[in-house]
Design a protein around this ligand. Structure first.
Ligand code: HEM
Length: 231
């Protein structure tokens, strides 16, 4: 990402609860103001920075636009765009038990977009000295899901697992294969790519993310049930 410069958001810039997309805006890969982002911009940003396959880019970008985008006519031309802050619309894609974001307040339309300091510090503090493995990520999700009064439904538990899987696979340290503490702080805390990180060489495809998400969800379910049984 050396070709792109990182600039934190200004007071009128739009940001979301998604560290991946906020990071792209902070590097000007998506519009820095986070507003009126088109399908083409989302697809190309996800491909350039995270090396996702074209079908996966389209699935993610269209999901965001359909669930949280705005359709309007500009003159006679149709326009369908996304403001990042609308990704916080509660229970569209956004869900409870996020790793570093607090749950939406009862009856609130939007969930918090800012990182919750307590959740964030607990998450970073849980990083072992050698870096966070996928199993550590599973444990972090289990901890958050145990705070819910009823489990996430199937759709949202797939979303939560796929976010974790994709983040781990795309943003972990290429040398160690783990998510380093510095990497967690950079990406989750500041929405910045970690030092020494580079775009992953291997493409992430629909098939690879689907099979890893299924396995990850299974492990979270087992962890959650085991923890509940021991109470
Ligand atoms: C157009 C593509 C994308 C859209 C529309 C999108 C949307 C979202 C939304 C709405 C959330 C909030 C969910 C919640 O309540 O936790 C979220 C969170 C998250 N996203 Fe994305 N996302 C996209 C791409 C990605 C990619 C490519 C990655 C990984 C490299 C990613 C990683 C994450 C993570 C880890 C979280 C959870 C943050 C937390 O638990 O606090 N997202 N995303």
């Amino acid at each position: 990402m050396d070709a792109f410069s990182w600039t934190p958001p200004g007071p009128t810039d739009s940001r979301s609860p998604c560290p991946a997309l906020n990071t792209l805006s902070n590097y000007h890969i998506l519009p820095h103001n986070g507003k009126n982002i088109s399908l083409g911009q989302l697809v190309s940003g996800l491909r350039v920075a995270y090396n996702l396959s074209t079908p996966l880019c389209y699935i993610l970008a269209l999901t965001g636009l359909i669930a949280c985008g705005t359709f309007r006519f500009v003159g006679l031309a149709p326009s369908w765009t996304l403001d990042l802050e609308n990704l916080a619309l509660h229970n569209r894609i956004e869900h409870d038990a996020s790793i570093v974001h607090a749950d939406a307040a009862p009856h609130a339309k939007y969930a918090p977009r800012q990182v919750d300091p307590t959740l964030y510090h607990e998450f970073v503090a849980s990083c072992p000295p050698g870096g966070m493995t996928k199993e550590d990520f599973v444990r972090a999700r289990v901890r958050r899901e145990l705070t819910l009064s009823k489990p996430l439904n199937l759709f949202r538990s797939i979303l939560a697992a796929s976010e974790a899987v994709s983040a781990f696979d795309r943003v972990r340290d290429p040398q160690t294969g783990t998510f380093t503490k510095e990497g967690l702080e950079a990406w989750f805390g500041e929405n910045r790519f970690p030092a020494h990180w580079h775009v992953p060489d291997e493409v992430q495809t629909v098939r690879s993310i689907a099979s890893e998400t299924t396995q990850f969800r299974k492990e979270v379910e087992e962890g959650r049930k085991a923890a509940q049984a021991s109470i």
